[in-house]
Design a protein. Structure first.
Length: 200
C-alpha cells in the first residue's frame, strides 16, 4: 500500500478523530468544510485515494476504516481489571493507545487499566495498562485477563493448569491463588497479556 500525501493524512486523521470523538464517519460536507474544499467531487477524490491506498473500505456504498487505518487509530482501552481481588468488569471505551508499530499481526488487541497490587512482583503495577491479545484459551504459565464466576468479575493473573483445577496465581506474596474447578466454576479467558504501558 502506498504512502499518503500530507493532505490525505490530514483527512484520514480527521476521519479517525471524528469516529473516536463522535462515534461516526464524517459527512462529505464535514470534510469539505474542515479543509475548505470547494466541492463534494474534490472530497470524493481524496476519499477514493484513501480507498485505493488501503486506509478506507467501501461496504454497501458506505465508507469505513480499513484494518490498516484501525491500527493507526490505536488499540481501544475497554475498561479496568483487578490486580487484587476480582472486580466487576466494566467494558467502556476510555480512549485509544496508538500501537500500530508493535501490534500489527492481524490479531485483535485491547488494553485494560490495572487496579491493585497483586501482580507487582511481575512488574505490573496499579495504574498500568496491559495490552491483551484476544483469545479464548491460554497455556499454563501465561499471564491472562480472565472473567471469573457468575458475576463475570475480571482479573489479571498467571494461569496454571493442575489437572481439573485451574489456579490464577498472583505475583505478590500477600495474596493467595484463585482456585477454579473446571467442571464447576465459571472461567472465561479474555486473552493473553502481551505488553505493558506505564506512564512515568
Amino acid at each position: 500500500m502506498r504512502s499518503l500525501t500530507k493532505r490525505q493524512r490530514e483527512i484520514l486523521d480527521y476521519i479517525i478523530s471524528s469516529i473516536r470523538n463522535r462515534d461516526r464517519f464524517p459527512s462529505y460536507r464535514d470534510i469539505g468544510r474542515r479543509f475548505r474544499l470547494s466541492s463534494s467531487a474534490t472530497v470524493s477524490q481524496h476519499l477514493d485515494a484513501l480507498v485505493k491506498k488501503g486506509f478506507l473500505e467501501r461496504a454497501r456504498n458506505e465508507l469505513m476504516l480499513s484494518p490498516r487505518a484501525r491500527a493507526v487509530r490505536g488499540v481501544p482501552i475497554v475498561g479496568r481489571v483487578a490486580a487484587g481481588l476480582p472486580i466487576t468488569a466494566i467494558e467502556n471505551r476510555e480512549g485509544y493507545l496508538d500501537l500500530e508499530s508493535l501490534f500489527n499481526d492481524g490479531a485483535v488487541y485491547f488494553a485494560v487499566r490495572v487496579n491493585g497490587d497483586s501482580m507487582e512482583e511481575a512488574g505490573i503495577f496499579d495504574g498500568d495498562h496491559v495490552i491483551v491479545r484476544q483469545q479464548e484459551d491460554a497455556q499454563s504459565g501465561d499471564t491472562i485477563v480472565a472473567y471469573v464466576g457468575d458475576e463475570g468479575d475480571a482479573t489479571v493473573k498467571v494461569m496454571r493448569k493442575r489437572g481439573r483445577i485451574i489456579e490464577l496465581e498472583p505475583r505478590n506474596s500477600a495474596y493467595q491463588p484463585i482456585k477454579i474447578r473446571s467442571d464447576r466454576d465459571r472461567l472465561r479467558i479474555a486473552g493473553k497479556v502481551v505488553g505493558l504501558i506505564r506512564k512515568l
